[in-house]
Write a protein that binds this ligand. Structure first.
Ligand code: ZN
Length: 213
């Protein structure tokens, strides 16, 4: 199965008819957040595939379109924050937002608040492993884990609870954004225990095998 993961930046050729020429064989789109909803809607309507997403810290609680419509997320997409969904044979769980760096602001969490999100989701992950006999396929996040692809500043430090989640639930992939990559030598793929952690900024194509069950 071929996945298109996007995050943080509108890529010109993706937001154009060339998208269909290049990515007509994509089966599923995943968004790690901080993207305009119209961009995500454009991608899935052109490719005619499902979208799973989480919000990033810069996503507005409500996006106003030029025609006056208001939306709280991309139309036609499934918000996977705090839950696990199965799509095309893959199990995908999501955790939105970044570390809290402002007292107010949507989609920001303290380490403690993220721990509570992770623990609240854990029974569903355990249950999934029991019934499928397989670990989680993808953890879709906006923020990186602590110590992996994260920054040292207050805004870009990752979550410690993600490390625990990877040790316990062994997702095959953790996909994240939030950290913009400008240096081609910067590491964007790291193996942590049994999980491949990927910073998808601004997009990545992933081939993933799906066991039919
Ligand atoms: Zn961000």
């Amino acid at each position: 199965m071929k996945l298109l993961a996007v995050t943080d930046k509108v890529v010109e050729f993706i937001y154009s008819p060339s998208l269909v020429e290049k990515f007509s064989d994509v089966d599923l789109v995943l968004s790690c957040g901080d993207l305009p909803y119209y961009y995500l809607e454009y991608i899935i309507s052109m490719l005619n595939v499902p979208l799973l997403y989480v919000h990033g810290n810069h996503d507005p609680p409500v996006e106003h379109s030029w025609s006056g419509l208001q939306s709280t997320g991309p139309s036609g997409g499934v918000n996977v924050h705090g839950r696990l969904v199965r799509e095309k044979g893959l199990s995908v769980a999501g955790l939105e937002g970044s570390i809290r760096y402002k007292p107010q602001g949507c989609y920001q969490y303290t380490n403690l608040e993220m721990w509570s999100q992770v623990l609240r989701m854990s029974p569903a992950l355990l249950f999934n492993r029991l019934i499928t006999g397989r670990p989680l396929d993808i953890l879709l996040a906006h923020s990186p884990p602590y110590g992996i692809h994260n920054g040292r500043d207050r805004t870009h430090v990752g979550f410690k609870s993600f490390l625990w989640l990877m040790r316990w639930f062994k997702p095959r992939y953790l996909l994240h954004g939030h950290r913009h990559v400008y240096n081609p030598l910067e590491i964007t793929e790291t193996q942590y225990e049994q999980t491949t952690v990927i910073n998808v900024y601004p997009y990545k194509i992933l081939e993933i095998d799906v066991e039919s069950k």
